[in-house]
Design a binder for this molecule. Structure first.
Ligand code: SAJ
Length: 425
């Protein structure tokens, strides 16, 4: 069957929603981006972007200029509704699904027979069914897939699917097109419609399955990575105690054809890998000890780094410490959920020395960090190193690889990413 998708409403104009909306519009599809944040809506309508993602500003500018992309604070009638709103976890690690529920309720009044609703937000298993239930409760005049009782496929008015985003921040526009997609529908017709929609702009494989498999698939991918990084982080602590170079250890272990140990670091950051495993745990805390332990191992790694710095700093009367990098991973400007930022803030608040902080991707230090006595922002990484007794490398930004090694010769170096250790080897 030939499906037609003339207008798409993207709920949420964040790191996933905005690149997706801009891409759809650039393919000539009339796209309406919806966000509750009025400032963000105004920025997009002015052709701008409020966060850094390579290439995105140009695509948004062209899409808005062509009239194919507009932003609003409320949804309007469309043929497809994509929900790409945040699903954070609360302090007790329980998922906060308020934004997804609010988006489902917001689109309900404008839905019509034949529409497709796709949830893209990372969600606990079973959420797509909950979304269907919320829409069905709000629109008793429509039969909604997954909530329509005994109705046959042909009698369904609103089709519902789950299709997780899997893009890597920093590569959003490329990965949106090239990555394979997992498309889980609440019925066969939902799957087919959703696949036809994604095939308009995805070059990767579009694999169809049930909504529950698709939901769990997304969580599995990030939990897999978290557990494997936890292994690397635990090895790094063990190797430190046993006086073994962990970078050399991993490099040599990975020569085995069936071994691929990931890289240790100062902790796991970002809003996905450090968060998503909790969505699995929350569904069944009694049978997920490995996933929980991995989270604890990764969450405790910053403390290990802090203790290392303290131990070294004690050798100086008034230590000068250069902190290189604050982002949660290399070559991006995103400081949210960053272990590097946590470590720098904790050390600076202890107030036992001078902190010269370099982060090439930001223009000024976050206010919380800048407020501590003895903290200063240094735009030039080599100048920061030059002024310090101790050099703490927290992020493996590309430009730190090119630092002149002789600059480090008289310094105590704590390289949490193995950037220079690997280079020396
Ligand atoms: N990290 C390590 N050691 C490693 C790899 C990563 O310490 O060997 C750390 C990074 O430094 C960073 C954190 O893990 O602090 C996460 O970084 P990442 O680059 O591995 O992943 P994210 O969070 O940017 O994006 C992930 C991706 N998921 C997977 O690779 C399975 C991406 O494809 C997802 O779309 C994204 O989560 C998401 O939105 O869920």
């Amino acid at each position: 069957m030939q499906y037609k998708f003339n207008r798409v409403c993207v709920m949420g104009l964040g790191y996933i929603g905005l690149p997706t909306a801009a891409l759809l519009a650039s393919r000539g599809i009339e796209t309406v981006g919806v966000d509750i944040n009025e400032e963000r809506v105004a920025t997009v309508n002015a052709g701008g972007v409020s966060f850094h993602e390579p290439g995105l500003d140009a695509v948004v500018k062209t899409a808005v200029g062509s009239g194919k992309l507009q932003a609003r604070t409320t949804p309007i009638e469309a043929d497809v509704f994509l929900i790409a709103v945040p699903t954070p976890v609360r302090d007790d690690h329980a998922p906060d699904m308020a934004a997804v529920h609010a988006a489902a309720k917001a689109i309900a009044p404008v839905l019509k027979a034949g529409d497709l609703v796709v949830l893209e937000s990372t969600s606990p298993v079973g959420t797509t069914e909950i979304v269907a239930g919320l829409i069905a409760a709000a629109r008793t005049d429509l039969s909604v897939a997954g909530a329509a009782g005994r109705k046959g496929e042909t009698e369904i008015d609103v089709h519902i699917a789950y299709c997780p985003e899997r893009i890597l921040p920093g590569r959003a526009l490329t990965e949106l097109v090239e990555n394979d997609r997992i498309i889980g529908g609440l019925s066969r017709e939902c799957r087919l419609r959703a696949r036809a929609f994604y095939r308009q702009f995805v070059q990767g494989d579009c694999r169809i399955t049930t909504a529950r498999v698709a939901e769990m698939c997304k969580l599995t991918e990030n939990a897999f990575r978290d557990v494997n990084i936890a292994f690397a982080n635990e090895l790094s602590i063990l190797a430190d105690r046993l006086d073994v170079d962990v970078w050399e250890l991993i490099e040599l272990s990975n020569l085995h054809p069936r071994v691929n140990v990931l890289q240790p670091g100062p902790g796991v950051g970002g809003h996905c890998i450090a968060v998503d495993p909790w969505l699995l745990v929350h569904s069944a805390p009694d049978i997920t000890p490995l996933i929980q332990t991995a989270r604890q191992v990764n969450d405790s790694k910053p403390d290990f780094v802090i203790e290392k710095v303290r131990a070294v700093a004690e050798r100086f009367k008034a230590p000068k410490i250069a902190c290189l990098g604050l982002a949660f991973k290399p070559d991006i400007d995103d400081l949210r959920e960053s272990p590097a930022l946590d470590i720098a803030t904790e050390l600076a608040s202890a107030g036992f020395g001078e902190f010269i902080i370099n982060e090439p991707h930001i223009k000024a230090l976050p206010a919380d960090l800048a407020a501590h006595a003895g903290v200063r922002f240094e735009r030039d990484a080599e100048a920061a190193i030059d002024a310090a007794d101790i050099v703490l490398l927290l992020v493996d930004h590309r430009l730190y690889k090119d630092i002149e090694m002789t600059l480090l010769e008289q310094k105590i170096v704590i390289d949490t990413r193995g950037l220079w250790a690997r280079r020396r080897a």
